[in-house]
Design a protein around this ligand. Structure first.
Ligand code: PGA
Length: 249
């Protein structure tokens, strides 16, 4: 069965709640499609107003992070049931910015993955190498480790529903998109890694996105690759360009 594309915006720490409403309203007609799942992953405080604004459209509102405990003394964190209570179905986990600035590790990402599945939230799990790792030739070793630890104790049935975002760190926010060959090569290797952990059917079902300076010009050649099932888009998700990315065909 062909995998449905999934194109997600990662707003990062941008857009106040009122700006979020405006942006959703602007993008709503531009991202209308039945060919892809369209998700806006937004700051926690924007989730409810963005959802209100997105009502009646094909846009799903997701979160950018989530904690792995149910509740309690974790000042500043958001629990899985806080997200599901308002209807969130997707959460970005282990973005490189969270790993770099907020001490997120593959182990904490794994705990969050397990919690997300327990609550019926689809994780968009990020992985990706630094420029130094790429130059040292350890890209795949590093990413395989991120994927294997991230999916520890995740069942095949859960893994099949998940989304993995391959985001080379050197391509994020830099305007340097990986070449389509580089992106396809790593996404294919991630799928092979999932096949090794589980089986071919699970690998065939999991959706793998490319992320890192995706824009309207690069999206078509990336999304046509056999192992690239869409994109995780930062900067360009805040602009009308996102409509072109979603309707890349
Ligand atoms: P970018 O961000 O598209 O601005 O490079 C992508 C991401 O970090 O998800």
């Amino acid at each position: 069965m062909a995998r449905k594309k999934i194109i997600a915006g990662n707003w990062k720490m941008n857009m106040t709640p009122s700006e979020a409403v405006e942006l959703v309203n602007t993008l709503k007609p531009l991202v209308a499609t039945e060919d892809a799942d369209v998700v806006f992953c937004v700051p926690a405080i924007d989730i409810i107003p963005a959802m209100e604004a997105a009502k009646g459209s094909n846009i799903e509102i997701g979160a950018e992070n989530m904690y792995f405990e149910e509740k309690g003394a974790y000042t500043g964190e958001i629990s899985p049931s806080m997200l599901t209570d308002v209807g969130v179905k997707y959460v970005v986990l282990g973005h490189s910015e969270r790993r770099e600035y907020f001490a997120e590790t593959s182990e904490t990402v794994n705990k969050k993955m397990l919690k997300a599945f327990e609550h019926g939230i689809t994780p968009i799990m990020c992985c990706g190498e630094t420029l130094e790792q790429r130059e040292q030739g350890v890209t795949m070793d590093f990413i395989r480790q991120q994927v294997k630890v991230g999916f520890l104790n995740v069942t095949a049935a859960q893994a099949a529903t998940s989304v993995i975002a391959y985001e080379p760190i050197w391509a994020i926010g830099t305007g340097k998109t990986a070449t389509t060959e580089q992106a396809q090569e790593v996404c294919k290797a991630i799928r092979e890694c999932i096949a090794e952990i589980y089986d071919d059917a699970t690998a065939a079902a999991v959706r793998i996105q490319y992320g890192g300076s995706v824009n309207a010009a690069t999206a078509p050649e990336l999304f046509v690759q056999p192992d690239i099932d869409g994109g995780l888009v930062g900067g360009a998700a805040l602009k009308p360009d996102f409509g072109k990315i979603v309707n890349w065909k």
